[in-house]
Structures are given as structure tokens and as C-alpha cells.
Write a new protein. Structure first.
Length: 256
């Protein structure tokens, strides 16, 4: 993590977990544990928990984000939520392109690009998720896959808007499996992503970009992953549902 050049961001992706009452309790439990954090602390909750989480986080250093948004502002899109709906309730950040959205809900690089542009146009900050599947890593095409995902997702995004983009490198084979990428593997791909962004924009944009690692990051392995020069934070699933574990990761980012 290079804190002189960029912001360290530890984000919890709660996925489809917690009722509003449970969300309130979890934010309240996290609050005192992260109050001295030297990094951005974010919890991305299910849509129905956003209001409760925002209320529980009020006056603290915990930010609250969403896990997806649609590319239209309104209309006949049953079950979807738009970026202006999120901003209207005070939500500033949204995760887009998570591999579970790609795998189970038919998201493509193109729809991720549309959603990303819509979120940026609404003034939001985006955590763009990219990552290779196990067979792609075994075929030796991790770099190509991740580069393509980044390039398509960022089509039409200006250099100025890049200040509101965070990229999360999440190897699909490491998500929820307990199989973490080694710190060297994580750093290698995060570095590659930075070079792609340097090619698309310029060196300063690439150097200022926060790139997170995600995939079975936990209280035990976080410090080593976050010590890598190109790993600027974490997007954490399972371990973000336990206040103490999440706080240990925030501490590792603070000290790293
Ligand atoms: P786990 O930390 O549960 O592997 O999930 C990672 C993830 O998908 C975060 O977005």
C-alpha cells in the first residue's frame, strides 16, 4: 500500500446477509473498533439495510455503500434500483461488476460499463470488481482477462471521473473459498491493472488509483496482503460480517 500516493480503503461487502435490525447491530459493533482508523472504512449492505446502516453510522467514520445499481435513472426495470435513488438517500458509493452479479445475474462487461457510467454521472464513487476464473488462471490468461474487463468497464469514463473509481481485484476462485491469492499473486495483478489504467489515462491517474484485493481476505492474512505496494485496501466478504475480524483488517490497513 502506498499511502503517500493514494487512499487506503477497507470495504465490507455484506452480500445478501443481515436484516435491517442486524445491520444496525453490526454497524454499532464495528463503530468503536474502527474509530481511529487511518483508512477509509466502508460497509456495503443490502438495499433494505442502507437506511438502518446510515443511521447507525451517523457521526462516525464509517461510510455506507450499496452493492449494485441500474444504468437507467428510472423506468420499467422490475427489481432494480437506480443511482439517483441511492444518492437521494445519502449513499455515495456502489460496488459494480461483482463476480457474483456476472455469474448469477447475467452481468457482462458491457452492462457493467453502463452501470458504472450511470453511477458516475449521478456523482457516485464506484468500486469496480474484476477478476479471473480458475480455468482462466490455469490457462495463463489472467492478465488478458482482467485487462479486458478493466478496459471495457472504463470505456467513456473521463480522467476526472477516475478520481471516483476504485478497482477491486477479486480472483473468482478465491471468493468465499478460503483460498486466498498469495500476496505476490495479488500484487502482480493489481500492478497489471495499474499499468492498464496508466495506458488508458496517464501515470498520475494510475498512481492515484486505489486498487483493492478481495477474495478470502481475513484477520489472519490481511496484513501480508496489504503490505504489498500495489494492494491499497481490501473488499471483504465473509470476514466483514464479524465486527472483530473486520476491525483487525482495518487496523492492518492503518498500520500498513
Ligand atoms: P469473501 O471475503 O467471502 O471471500 O468474499 C470476497 C468478496 O467477494 C468481496 O466482494
Amino acid at each position: 500500500m502506498n499511502k503517500t500516493l493514494r487512499r487506503a480503503v477497507i470495504a465490507g461487502n455484506w452480500k445478501m446477509n443481515k436484516t435491517p435490525a442486524e445491520a444496525k447491530a453490526l454497524v454499532e459493533a464495528i463503530r468503536p473498533l474502527v474509530k481511529d482508523a487511518g483508512c477509509t472504512v466502508l460497509v456495503c449492505t443490502p438495499f433494505v439495510d442502507l437506511a438502518a446502516a446510515l443511521q447507525a453510522a451517523e457521526g462516525s467514520n464509517i461510510e455506507v455503500g450499496a452493492q449494485n445499481c441500474h444504468f437507467e435513472a428510472s423506468g420499467a426495470f422490475t427489481g432494480e434500483i437506480s443511482a439517483p435513488m441511492l444518492t437521494s438517500m445519502g449513499i455515495r458509493t456502489v460496488i459494480l461488476g461483482h463476480s457474483e452479479r456476472r455469474q448469477y445475474f447475467g452481468e457482462t462487461d458491457q452492462t457493467v460499463n453502463l452501470r458504472l457510467k450511470a453511477a458516475l454521472a449521478a456523482g457516485m464513487q464506484v468500486i469496480l470488481c474484476v477478476g479471473e476464473k480458475l480455468e482462466e488462471r490455469e490457462e495463463g490468461i489472467t492478465g488478458e482477462i482482467v485487462s479486458m474487463q478493466v478496459k471495457i468497464a472504463l470505456q467513456g469514463v473521463s480522467k476526472e471521473e477516475m478520481a471516483r473509481v476504485i478497482i477491486a481485484y477479486e480472483p473468482v476462485w478465491a471468493i468465499g473459498t478460503g483460498k486466498t491469492a498469495t500476496s505476490a499473486q495479488a500484487n502482480e495483478v493489481c500492478h497489471e491493472i495499474r499499468e492498464v489504467v496508466a495506458g488508458l489515462y496517464d501515470r498520475a491517474t494510475a498512481d492515484g488509483l486505489t486498487i483493492q484485493y478481495g477474495g478470502s481476505m481475513n484477520a489472519k492474512n490481511a496484513a501480508e496482503l496489504l503490505a504489498q505496494p500495489d494492494v491499497d485496501g481490501g473488499l471483504i466478504g465473509g470476514a466483514s460480517l464479524k465486527a472483530e475480524d473486520f476491525a483487525v483488517i482495518v487496523k492492518a490497513a492503518t498500520e500498513g
